[in-house]
Design a protein around this ligand. Structure first.
Ligand SMILES: [Zn+2]
Length: 486
């Protein structure tokens, strides 16, 4: 009976691996098995290139081969060379152990039988193994150094990123801003800061036929990754790797060789927002609603402003920076206007409540004269009923007298209430905003209702630019509230 042989092949990025394809290794091993009169029962193969040259990623083919040998299904393992078989000194010990326990023998095209039966043979195998391991380490070291150099020089490495074009080749390769995509990127940034869900933005881009840099439709997670890239504000991120191929230390940031598309502060805010654990990544349909989003205008370009979320950003120094809710002009090329939301909302609310208290019924579309007359009549009739109740309570009036009065007053009261309702703004839900209780009603109203009232009042709210400088006091003159021109 012929010996049962397994062939093990491995492609890798070391000097031997670069020259030897898997097919070539297998062909040579098969020829050897035939010369030795062995029967090839299985071919195991691993790809160390896709798994990173110096990684600890287990080699599935190798591990399966060890298992099969241990189970006694193999007599001989054939490989092109010892360096195909093992990558590390530790692995050499696995083979020695396998030989001792299962009697497995090893044969290579390059060096013949591996003698693991004698002390001298094992020493030889270990020396060969360390030489192989040394070569693998040097290769990995070179690759790491190359990556580090690329990062430090701020050069781009990899496929074309959204927002830039790649110009030149090899060492001359550089990124230049792709203006059309950069505008889309800035728009997405502003929309995210305005609280819009990634899912909605991705959908919108797809509807508008704007693809990713690889020409595919946007998915929420892809958009998220693109928005989180340090590249966007001109930085090159590099994660140094240790000898084991695993990340070692913190990622480093180097100044990239390309023009940024967003500024650092804006990028910080996007990162804080998108990495906030409280945020659902695809918060579809739950965009926060702000009073003046799509209501107030930018004083510079005349477009609508959007409201942005409040958040706390932790700086690397450990300090925190709080960005309050704000209204901003989101248009690329403008973005000249930004104001603290609480200040503007407060200002607008005071003006609205004042207007409604004075003239709410008419402003909201009712008949103020009829409403006032009905309100007076209702007060009189309610007073009559109250007097009747008092007199009954004090024993002055009998049950019968009270019944007659209420039977008389109640229908009148109903009539007046109907008249009042008819004189009110057409929309029932807005009645509470026309009259004395308007301040409370406004305070209790939700944002949707408030927005509706502002629109009904035909107010044109404009937030004007105030020039540079943070933390300045709110200047009410910088926000104008005027009747909308018909
Ligand atoms: Zn603007």
């Amino acid at each position: 009976m012929s010996l049962r042989a397994a062939i093990y092949t491995r492609i890798s990025n070391d000097s031997e691996g670069r020259e030897l394809g898997v097919a070539r290794q297998e062909k040579d091993c098969r020829a050897l098995a035939e010369r030795e009169g062995m029967q090839v029962v299985e071919v195991y193969s691993d790809n160390d290139i896709s798994a990173s040259t110096n990684s600890r990623t287990p080699r599935p083919g190798y591990l399966r081969m060890l298992d099969d040998a241990e189970a006694g299904r193999l007599d001989v393992v054939i490989a092109y060379s010892t360096s195909r078989l093992t990558r590390k000194v530790r692995e050499q010990e696995d083979l020695i152990e396998l030989h001792e326990q299962a009697g497995t023998r090893f044969l290579t095209v390059a060096a013949g039988w591996l003698d693991l039966a004698t002390a001298a043979g094992r020493l030889n195998a270990r020396v060969l193994g360390s030489v192989d391991a040394g070569e693998a380490e040097r290769t990995a070291e070179l690759a790491r150094r190359k990556q580090q150099e690329l990062a430090e020089s701020g050069r781009h490495n990899g496929p074309r990123p959204f927002g830039w074009n790649i110009e030149g080749k090899g060492v001359d390769q550089r990124l230049t801003v792709n203006e059309a995509e950069a505008a889309v990127l800035r728009e997405c940034v502003q929309r995210v800061l305005a609280g819009e869900g990634l899912w909605k933005i991705a959908n919108d881009l797809n509807t508008r036929g704007i693809p990713t840099s690889t020409g595919k439709p946007w998915a929420t997670q892809v958009l998220r990754r693109v928005l989180l890239r340090d590249r966007n504000y001109g930085m090159r991120k590099h994660q140094p790797l240790g000898k084991d191929g695993k990340p070692k230390g913190s990622p480093m940031l180097y100044r990239g060789q390309w023009e940024p598309i967003v500024d650092a502060e804006t990028h910080d805010r996007v990162v804080a927002l998108l990495t906030d654990p409280a945020r659902k990544s695809n918060n579809r349909g739950t965009a926060p609603k702000y009073l003046l989003t799509s209501v107030a205008y930018c004083g510079e370009c005349g477009g609508h402003v959007v409201g942005t979320n409040e958040f706390t950003y932790r700086l690397q120094s450990g300090k925190t920076r709080v960005y309050p809710h704000a209204y901003k002009c989101p248009r690329a090329g403008c973005m000249k206007v930004q104001r603290r939301m609480a200040d503007v909302d407060d200002h607008v609310s005071r003006v609205v409540v004042g207007l409604l208290a004075r003239d709410g019924v008419r402003l909201l579309g009712g008949d103020p004269v009829a409403a006032e007359s009905a309100r007076t009549r209702i007060a009189e009739l309610e007073a009559k009923l109250a007097v009747a109740a008092d007199r009954f309570a004090s024993g002055e009036w009998t049950d019968d007298m009270v019944s007659r009065i209420t039977a008389q007053v109640r229908p009148q009261l109903q009539t007046e209430r109907d008249r009042l309702r008819a004189a009110q703004p057409a929309d029932d839900s807005l009645q509470q905003f026309a009259g004395a209780g308007v301040a409370d009603a406004w305070a209790a109203a939700d944002v949707e209702t408030r927005k509706r009232i502002i629109r009904l009042l035909r107010m044109r709210i404009t937030i004007h630019p105030v020039g540079p400088g943070n933390g300045r006091a709110y200047d009410p003159a910088s926000v104008t509230i005027a009747p909308e021109k018909a």
